[in-house]
Design a protein around this ligand. Sequence first.
Ligand code: MF3
Ligand code: CO
Length: 249
Amino acid sequence: MIVLKTARELGIMKQACVISAKALKLIGEAIEPGVTTAELDKLAEDFIRSQGATPNFKGYAGYPAASCISVNDQVIHGIPSANRKLKSGDIVSVDLGALFEGYNGDNAATFACGDVSAEAKRLIDTTRESLYEGIKMARAGGRVGDIGAAVQSYVEARGYSVVRDYVGHGIGTSLHEAPEIPNYGISGRGIRLLPGMTIAIEPMVNAGGHKVKVLPDGWTVLTADGSLSAHFEHTVVITADGPQIMTKA
Ligand code: MF3
Ligand code: CO
């Protein structure tokens, strides 16, 4: 079921989204060679709780942390660890969200640690830009396929591939709601977009092929070919006046 949110609900959800965005920014600013992903996770969790919110990933399907921190060929769902020390040249995808007064925010970004290769920078830039291409198509009267088609064509024109096995999603009182928002598709196809829909758009882009595999820990998703991967996500509300990004710090 797709839930259209009222102005009152959007007001609360905006607060969850701002907390999520500030927590993501905090981690981004703390990324440097030598820091562990567990230290970064604690920073985010402490901040989210200080705002009267809770980290909505923690305990979700048994997930053990407040954030997912995925390094280099890790695509998503990397589990923060005291054994994972970041080094210069790493690219670090951070995904996290907050639950505030019953509503969820969700966002992600890939950061460079120290000096990264020009190729890694281009992957990060392309992935961020593809998110904004998708957001532009989140318009009332359009269709879900418009979003995926925009992301996919932008990414593939630059020689990269979009992950198929994981998708964006509706979001509200639950972290994951209908509809699914794939990062691939055909414009004009799929569910119609309506004012009051809140969706998380989240392209996952691989430098190589689109295929992924999951580690025996049951969570960590890696590129099948070992290529680098980047991930950006915003929670967006569709309004009569166009898309609005809710996860802004
Ligand atoms: N970050 C994922 C998303 O954007 C959800 C993470 S699931 C969790 O939809 F279990 F890791 F929390
Ligand atoms: Co999400």
